[in-house]
Ligand binder design. Structure first.
Ligand code: GRF
Length: 204
């Protein structure tokens, strides 16, 4: 599958997907990286790996259909089959979601439906996990629909919360798990047939 990775910041999940690809652990190929943030490290990682890197921001367009059209055009140009949100801090336009139905995935650093939705991003997720006293958190990879962190779940990986964890130490362990979980979800989608029944992904 030709992948487009959307990222806004550090890009460590993008890096992990590229490494899995280089080692032949996934068949898919990152064919395009898009960021809303021109100084995102994800764009640097893409360029270093000779992957087309595009800065695409709604701010550069007026309120008409220009942004969505540019978005769809670049995806089409690179024959993208699966869009991977890896730390993308913007909502994907509904028009793109509808064209790519069940072909956009997102990674969230907690076990959905806990600690997710608007306002739960970055360190805030891990702070809330520790504050709540839960003993288990983890990683969720899910399809993207119109609501934040809401679409059908593809895969979840648990991570134990230790008594002496700080948000920072927990984030480090969860991120390590993310770096395996996201390529694993891509592999599932490339190798298995699946159907989405309501909010449930069923692999056959
Ligand atoms: C990850 O924790 C991911 O789960 C969340 O944003 C973070 C992105 O990290 N959606 P990176 O940019 O891939 O390093």
């Amino acid at each position: 599958m030709n992948l487009c990775v959307l990222a806004s910041g550090r890009g460590s999940n993008l890096n992990s997907i590229i490494n899995f690809q280089k080692k032949g652990k996934i068949r898919s190929k990152v064919a395009l990286v898009i960021s809303n943030n021109s100084s995102s490290n994800a764009l640097n990682i893409a360029r270093k790996n000779q992957i087309p890197a595009v800065h695409l921001s709604q701010k550069k367009f007026d309120s008409g259909p220009g942004f969505v059209n540019a978005f769809l055009e670049i995806l089409q140009k690179h024959q993208i089959e699966l869009i991977v949100l890896a730390g993308y801090m913007k909502m994907v336009p509904p028009e793109v979601i509808s064209v790519f139905k069940n072909r956009i995935i997102n990674i969230h650093p907690a076990l959905i439906p806990s600690f997710c939705g608007q306002g739960f991003y970055g360190m805030k997720v891990h702070e809330a996990v520790i504050e709540s006293g839960v003993k288990l958190t983890g990683v969720t990879v899910h399809f993207v629909d119109e609501a934040y962190d809401h679409g059908p779940i593809i895969l979840q990986t648990p991570v134990k919360v230790k008594d002496d964890d700080t948000p920072e130490s927990l984030q480090k362990r969860v991120l390590k798990s993310e770096h395996r979980s996201l390529p694993e979800a891509i592999k599932l989608l490339e190798s298995k047939k699946f159907t989405v029944v309501g909010r449930k992904v069923v692999f056959n």
